[in-house]
Design a protein around this ligand. Sequence first.
Ligand SMILES: O=c1[nH]c(=O)c2[nH]c(=O)[nH]c2[nH]1
Length: 302
Amino acid sequence: MNEIVLGPNQYGKAEVRVVRVHRETEVHQIRDLNVTSFLRGDFAETFLTGDNSKVLATDTQKNTVYAFAKKYGISSPEEFLLTLGRHFLSYPEVHGGRWLAESYPWERITVEGRPHEHSFVRSTQEIRTAAVTSQDGAEYVLGGFKDLTVLKSTGSEFTGFPRDEYTTLPETTDRIMATDISARWLYQDDAAQAGSVDFDAVFAQVKQIVLEQFAAVHSLSLQQTLYAAGSAVLEAVPQIEDIRFAMPNNHHYVVDLTPFGLENPNEVFEAGVLPYGLMNASVTRAGAQPKPAAWQWIPGFV
Ligand SMILES: O=c1[nH]c(=O)c2[nH]c(=O)[nH]c2[nH]1
């Protein structure tokens, strides 16, 4: 029998909900985050023997999130996580970690044509995401978003695929294409570390490019659309080195209306639920050094 050993591990506090109101002027700004903190390092003893002498309590990690929101404010999710992660790394037993955030978008309510100073409405469905990972002395910053739901009612086909004895799918040169786009992108190390990235601006730019590509590319497959979106992002944003997507194919089936004596030239669809196709790919710069540590254990991304 082989000896039993402790494998890779991390621990921390998941889903700390923090809302920061910046009220320096009458026009308040808000940031609404869901933060997760994981520490990695010299923590084997608590798993092996229950000796907690090196364990920074998950409750302390939670409190640090709230205290840092007060002390440093939240300028962008990425910067907030960088500040948090660098703080925890100052403890000798912490050798690395991962800090994650979801950021919920709020827009000002318009009153008599003017944006209100301190009243907001939750806007857009997609959720912005950020992740900072520290491992072996390196720091990796991922921007991203999840669940950006899009649909095009034509401009999509799927033909030319092989047919075997189990293939029933008809070829189509005109179909609905719909997906919930999730994307994560890795910043070049020097850009993220030098503080030279405007993370909010890059987020808005990437989202806009992805939406434009989805709309403008005449799609031969969802895979082709995915690659077109990723390569357009890399062409436009030099600070990004690798972008990864998860795109479900939210199928729409043309309903057979012939029993009712009706034609259906792509007008009435049944929105499918389960199962769905699922595309995962990374689009990267040739020759870039692979950085698995940036991605490992981020659910949904390969
Ligand atoms: O864009 C698509 N890619 C596929 O790989 C696939 N497979 C399938 O059944 N429909 C589709 N659509």
